[in-house]
Design a binder for this molecule. Structure first.
Ligand code: NAP
Length: 276
């Protein structure tokens, strides 16, 4: 079994971007709208800011107070209209009652570098150019990096969220995989996941996927990030159990996470390149 290293893939993507930015000679600008003090979100913001700075992308954090739904929507709207901003990301959790897709409606699709807008999702599903959520794209990057041929394979995704499961299903369909999406009401999960040549776990449940869920020889991509009682971060996959069955597994941390950040920055560079 091989552990697929997301950190080195992310570093390679950042290296290409750094070169492109230096040749272009102007710094693309990414803005993040934040309405939470959630520690996991703060950590993610820190890693985006650090990675952006390291390759010459300017990063702006726009704070809205928690519970201030109108504040979030107004900031997204004004950043969309701001010619000095190339990419916009809206951090979660959002004020209660505000869905990410609703917030995403305020983001200009040309700047929607994390695929939050329903317009981006519709374009993606229609086969038109669009930014997909960075995490879903990161899964495809890791599969390509692993040399997986996706045409005709059985791909099973556990999780149907708007940010991971659903857009990833569209991306895998575009790669000609045969796609099944599982969720909390799926009957007999091991039976369905056990058919997968490519299994993607994105449920947010520690240790959900064990050896009995995995087809011998499968590639397993672990999107989950779950905090344990002692503060460690683990995925949805029981890696120790699965390593006897799968050929490739992504680690947590160090798998999907760093590639997600790198892909997000790549989207910012693409948005800047396409800007009028
Ligand atoms: P989410 O919105 O909570 O969605 C979780 C999905 O998993 C839902 O569709 C849910 O089903 C399904 N699910 C939950 N328990 C299940 C079970 N026992 N069996 C089968 N399906 C089950 O979460 P998300 O935002 O998609 O994130 C998923 C995980 O990925 C989280 O751990 C999150 O932290 C992580 N994540 C990582 C990155 C990264 O860059 N590394 C980025 C985004 C998310 P229902 O729809 O029926 O409720």
């Amino acid at each position: 079994m091989t552990l697929l290293d997301g950190r080195s893939l992310a570093a390679a993507i950042r290296g290409e971007l750094e070169e492109e930015i230096s040749i272009a000679g102007t710094a693309p600008v990414l803005a993040a709208v934040v309405a939470t003090d959630d520690p996991a979100t703060q950590w993610y913001l820190g890693s985006i800011s650090k990675a952006a700075g390291s390759i010459g992308i300017a990063f702006r954090e726009e704070r809205a107070t928690a519970h201030n739904r109108e504040g979030v929507l107004a900031r997204l709207e004004s950043l969309s209209a701001d010619p000095g901003v190339d990419g916009i990301v809206c951090m979660t959790p959002l004020p209660e009652g505000l869905m990410l897709a609703e917030a995403g409606e305020q983001i200009d699709p040309a700047k929607d570098v994390d695929g939050a807008s329903p317009v981006s999702f519709g374009r993606l599903g229609s086969g038109l150019p669009a930014f997909a959520p960075a995490t879903a794209q990161a899964v495809i990057e890791l599969l390509r990096h692993a040399g997986a041929s996706l045409a005709g394979v059985e791909a099973v995704i556990v999780g149907r969220s708007n940010v991971v499961g659903k857009p990833l299903a569209l991306l895998l369909l575009a790669e000609h995989a045969t796609v099944t999406v599982c969720h909390s009401r799926t009957r007999d999960l091991p039976d369905v996941t056990g058919r997968a040549d490519v299994l993607v776990a994105a449920a947010g449940r520690a240790q959900l996927i064990g050896a009995g869920h995995v087809k011998p020889g499968a590639i397993v991509i672990d999107v989950g990030t779950n905090e344990t009682d002692d503060g460690a971060v683990v995925g949805d996959v029981d890696t120790e159990a699965v390593e006897a069955v799968a050929t490739i597994v992504t680690p947590v941390p160090g798998g999907v996470g760093p590639v997600t950040t790198a892909v997000l920055l790549r989207n910012v560079v693409s948005a800047a390149r396409a800007a009028p």
